[in-house]
Design a protein around this ligand. Structure first.
Ligand SMILES: Cc1ncc(COP(=O)(O)O)c(C=O)c1O
Length: 419
């Protein structure tokens, strides 16, 4: 394996999978926290990705690159399919979606009959949002830091059906996650039908107490919809930990599955009464597959999710989280020392994981991210909202500690020290 690494600095698909499986076996029993700072271990994980050599990617939150094993499987399936699509794609490849469903269900401890495979979190969440019967005046609670497309979805229902959307504000950084439970608790009225919130807030990386908010919703007979776009395969959890009604996620973010893959979890007792976004016949009423009636689509994408799941499982959910947190702590602790700097999320393990957003009094996030890209070849995400602003920094498992230090040097060079 090491001879290969010296010939080129990345591994091809099968080699990459074999290496990660080998590393998993070789480090069995090593605590996740200990491995988090082991650069030799993560250097080998890094070799499973082909990276842009010029630009340091610290926006893995938007959408993540896939390891070579995933990309190879995806491309191979596309080529195979293209030779005779109606037969090879529909007959040979499409049925493997059942393996994807079963593997997701096994790894996140859910009944496969509750897991639909979609194309992204937007689709999953809109299935949840549009499929509920709501009357004029019925209230939906969400926050002003939830994802704009999901808010637009509720707003369309407001305009069309006269439901009422309430977006709750909360200050950042959050000091006590229990405050987020109280935020919803205090806003519940007899008209509240739905609580919709993000497990990880895209603006700041804030982790919400999902279990407690779902329990609160259930105790009031309110439906819970969890936006897991930024949480799935990032924050370790099992569906059996939560009692949510719906959970929607993209698989092309933290799972590093092919771009155009998502997941929808629907609690079993909600399935029959929930309308599909694209129509399905009544015979499918109780079948989770009614949410997959989307017409012709490439089987290659969802099938190569299997390789992404294998990769994730071999790294290990806890190890991955510990490494991602280690990298986040490294830059966040250092840059927080700059005058006028403020992290917009707490660094506690139950409040932030892989990414966070940092505000600087002396420079606006657009100017800072432009300068980082133009002068230092580093990509971050500017976040600007009426109530917060900063740069969002989201490394991945292939990011090295040296790259994090280079990013910190660059920020220190760009950020003015005094207003
Ligand atoms: C919190 C949140 N929800 C939903 C989405 C939508 O995800 P996708 O574009 O993969 O559908 C995103 C995308 O960044 C997000 O951050």
């Amino acid at each position: 394996m090491s001879a290969d690494l010296t010939r080129r600095d990345f591994l091809r698909g099968a080699e990459a999978l074999a290496l990660v499986a080998f590393l998993n076996r070789a480090h069995a029993g090593v605590p996740a926290e200990k491995l988090a700072g082991d650069e030799d271990f993560w250097e080998k994980i890094r070799s499973a990705y082909v990276r842009d050599e010029k630009i340091l990617n610290l926006n893995n939150g938007g959408v993540a690159p896939a390891p070579t094993s995933v990309l190879d499987a995806e491309i191979e399936a596309l080529r195979y399919s293209n030779l005779l699509p109606t037969y090879r794609m529909w007959h040979d490849l499409e049925p493997r979606v059942e393996d994807v469903r079963k593997t997701l269900a096994r790894m996140w401890n859910a009944d496969p009959a509750c897991i639909a495979i979609t194309r992204n979190a937007s689709e999953s969440l809109q299935i949840a949002q549009f499929g509920l019967d709501l009357k004029p005046g019925d209230e939906v609670l969400t926050t002003s830091q939830d994802y704009p497309r999901m808010i637009t979805t509720w707003q369309q229902r407001e305009r069309r059906e006269k439901i009422v959307l309430k977006q709750l504000d909360f200050a950042v950084p959050v000091h006590d996650p229990a405050d987020l439970v109280r935020l919803f608790e205090q806003a519940i009225t007899p008209g509240t039908r739905v609580i919709h919130f993000s497990q990880v807030v895209f603006m700041t990386g804030q982790i919400f107490p999902v279990k407690e908010i779902c329990a609160l919703a259930r105790s009031h007979g309110i439906i819970s919809i969890v936006d897991g776009a930024h949480a799935f395969a990032h924050v370790p959890f099992q569906f059996s930990d939560f009692d949510c009604d719906f959970y929607g996620a993209s698989l092309h973010k933290w799972l590093s599955a092919p771009i155009g893959t998502g997941l929808l979890y629907v609690r079993k007792d909600r399935l029959e009464k929930h309308w599909a976004l694209m129509a399905a016949p009544p015979s499918m009423d109780k079948d989770i597959r009614k949410f997959e009636e989307i017409g012709t689509h490439p089987a290659a994408m969802h099938n190569a999710t299997l390789q992404a799941l294998e990769f994730h499982e071999n790294i290990g959910a806890e190890r991955k989280f510990a490494r991602l947190r280690y990298l986040k702590q490294r830059w966040a602790e250092r840059l927080s020392e700059l005058p006028g700097a403020q992290m917009l999320v707490s660094l506690d393990a139950n409040q932030s994981g892989a990414f966070g957003t940092i505000h600087f009094d002396t420079i606006d996030p657009g100017r800072l991210s432009d300068a980082l890209l133009a002068k230092h070849n580093i990509l971050v995400t500017p976040i600007v909202a009426p109530f917060l602003s900063g740069i969002r920094v989201s490394p991945n498992v292939y990011t090295s500690a040296a790259e994090i230090d280079r990013f910190c040097d660059a920020v220190e060079a760009v950020v003015p020290r005094a207003a």
